[in-house]
Design a protein around this ligand. Structure first.
Ligand SMILES: Cc1ncc(COP(=O)(O)O)c(C=O)c1O
Length: 628
């Protein structure tokens, strides 16, 4: 099958492709020309080791590649623009706080003096335990109490370049107090509020009404206080953040221009500013559309780097000010592509059938009319026939509710309706060059199959639920076979919101996903790609589905892979303890209840043993559907 139904060539970014056997292949971007690794093969080998799906797979090559690409992108832009300042990236820990991720970011970022950004005490503790070198920055954003400030100040004794970014005027007083007490001069930054508003899902982070940053009046107040306290030289960094996943390059440029203007003016007031921190915002093209829609971006990584460097350079040249070191806090762009969620389809529900329903003597006339539609269908009257079929089916449902129709008769009516739907869909597929009316398309798509999948949307893809985030989702096998079904996906939670019904396809975004009919005794796996940013941290325990198994691999040049580390997903026992149950106590209570059953309900001792061991095994088990 040549057609790129899922648009992989657009969003795959050279990392994800299709192998000749129809399976998804992962390509190592660090070693062009190396043998791609078969993703279904990875699942198989993980299962042989007892690691079941759903599994979150992290690919260390992808992470290393992104960190390299961001740093080299700025390095090249600096050369091209003949910019005189430097670049220092920092990774915002909030985007993915998992230990193995942060450790690898620090490791792969080391040659580039890539630092870390923290927004809380806990994140600062993570940052201080990493191997960041003294050239790298540790940027402290967020509200800070004296303990936070104390830690940040003391870290300079470890040779760390920790910058305390003032989020408010009030914070300055506290910083001065703690710094005097410890006799450690602070290295300060100031978070400024910019008036440019950006588009996308996080527009509220930007503009006058954003919750963060100092207004111009407050900036002047801070500068004057620092001057009075003889600390103006400590103010070395200006920070601003325009929001995440900013889709439009022009807005990024305007933001950089405004930030540069403020930088120039603060410098003119006498501050020793050296770092211009432009925050996050560098997006990921989840849909591959290369457009300014919320799940895409209308620029490339290199264009982003070039535009920032050029815009800052222009403004500084104009004002005759030394080029500052540009800092960015790209989180999403660093880690999103490096993880994927792999899960299996448990079963499917179809709303059509090819089973013929024959009329029987004495059938209700409405049922008779419904059954007759099948024989009179033709391409000219598809919508009309669908209208009739739906009307008759609904009439028969009403008769059933009023007690005028039995369950077996209603079941025949439902099957007859499903058959008509199947016939209509088959005709539309056969004549797919016809222009079907939008109404017909929508109605037929609205009756897409439901593929029930072994994952929790709320735990693993929370932004899909919260902000309509799109992640490319594709089958991991059979990509050389034309999909014959259209489906929406449901997770294993009992929540009607645990459903995905917007998908990335070759034409852009669609309401259902083309998939293959399930086969007996053959697992059908799907992958949700680019889930490395925010999802792990925001996920919750809906229905007590816990963390999935997590595995980090390294792709090798010969098409094989190396397993770097494995973190087992939560057991039932663990998630129960998160919600205040003590698993040992639960078991005791259950045992007591089972003992009573022996006395009161005549359960045998064998049954008692079976009950207790089943309960105990369940406590130890994975929270997701486990195949036998
Ligand atoms: C202050 C700050 N810096 C950086 C980021 C990371 O942004 P992104 O993931 O878009 O790079 C965020 C997240 O919104 C943030 O609040």
């Amino acid at each position: 099958m040549d057609q790129d139904i899922y648009g992989i060539s657009r969003w795959g970014d050279g990392l994800v492709g299709v192998l000749p056997n129809g399976n998804v292949g992962l390509h190592d971007p660090l070693v062009p020309g190396s043998e791609p690794v078969d993703l279904a093969g990875i699942i198989q080998k993980l299962e042989q080791r007892g690691i079941q799906t759903p599994v979150l797979l992290r690919v260390s090559n992808f992470l290393e590649h992104r960190i390299k690409a961001i740093n080299e992108g700025f390095r090249n832009a600096i050369e091209q623009v003949e910019y005189k300042g430097d670049y220092r990236g920092v990774f915002p820990i909030k985007v993915n706080q998992q230990a193995h991720v942060v450790e690898r970011v620090s490791k792969y970022g080391e040659p580039f003096h890539f630092g870390l950004e923290v927004g809380s005490k806990a994140e600062l503790l993570i940052a201080l335990s990493q191997n960041v070198n003294s050239e790298a920055l540790i940027i402290c954003n967020g509200y800070k109490d004296s303990e936070f400030i104390r830690l940040a100040l003391l870290s300079s004794k470890l040779g760390m370049r920790t910058v305390i970014v003032m989020e408010s005027v009030r914070e300055l007083k506290l910083i001065i107090e703690v710094s005097r007490e410890l006799r450690i001069p602070p290295t300060l930054g100031v978070r400024v509020k910019l008036v440019n508003v950006v588009s996308g899902n996080w527009s509220a982070t930007s503009g006058d009404r954003s919750s963060f940053g100092l207004s111009t009046a407050q900036i002047v107040e801070v500068v004057e206080t620092l001057r009075r306290e003889n600390l103006l030289d400590s103010l070395v960094l200006q920070h601003s953040h325009l929001g995440s996943q900013v889709p439009n390059m022009i807005e990024i440029r305007k933001f950089a221009q405004e930030a540069s203007r403020l930088f120039i003016e603060i410098k003119k007031l006498g501050a020793n500013l050296h770092y211009l921190d432009l925050g996050g915002g560098l997006g990921v093209d989840y849909t591959g559309e290369n457009s300014s829609s919320p799940n895409s971006i209308n620029y490339s990584l290199d264009e982003y780097c070039y535009s920032l460097v050029e815009t800052v350079g222009f403004e500084m040249n104009d004002a005759g000010i030394e080029h500052p070191c540009i800092v960015t806090e790209s989180g999403r762009a660093c880690v999103a592509q490096s993880s994927m969620l792999l899960f299996s389809v448990l079963e499917s529900t179809s709303y059509e059938s090819d089973g013929v329903v024959l009329s029987e003597e004495g059938d209700h006339p409405v049922l008779q009319s419904l059954i007759d539609i099948s024989d009179s269908l033709n391409r000219e009257i598809l919508l009309e026939s669908l209208n009739d079929a739906t009307y008759y089916r609904d009439e028969l449902r009403a008769l059933f509710r009023r007690g005028r129709l039995s369950l077996p008769i209603l079941a025949r009516a439902e099957r007859a309706h499903q058959r008509i739907l199947g016939q209509i869909r088959a005709m539309m597929d056969d004549l797919n060059d016809m222009e079907w009316s939008e109404e017909l398309n929508l109605r037929v798509q609205g009756m897409a199959d439901i593929y029930h999948c072994n994952f929790s949307l709320f735990q693993s893809l929370p932004d899909v639920w919260a902000i309509d985030q799109l992640h490319p989702i594709i089958p991991l096998t059979r990509l050389n076979e034309k999909p014959d079904r259209n489906a929406v996906l449901c997770d294993v939670t009992c929540d009607s919101d645990g459903r995905i019904d917007r998908f990335v396809v070759s034409e852009g975004v669609a309401d259902c996903l083309p998939l293959h009919s399930l086969r007996e005794d053959e697992e059908y796996y799907l992958g949700a790609f680019f889930v490395g940013a925010y999802q792990e941290t925001l996920g919750d325990l809906h229905n007590l589905f816990g963390d999935t198994n997590v595995v980090t691999i390294r792709l090798k040049e010969d098409g094989e892979f190396e397993l770097l580390d494995e973190v087992e997903g939560d057991t039932v026992s663990e998630v129960l303890s998160y919600v205040e149950y003590e698993p040992k106590r639960l078991l005791e209570k259950f045992k007591a209840r089972a003992e009573r059953a022996v006395k009161e309900h005549g359960a045998t001792l064998g049954e008692l043993k079976e009950l207790v061991s089943t309960y105990r095994d369940s406590l130890r088990g994975y929270t997701y559907y486990e195949s036998d």
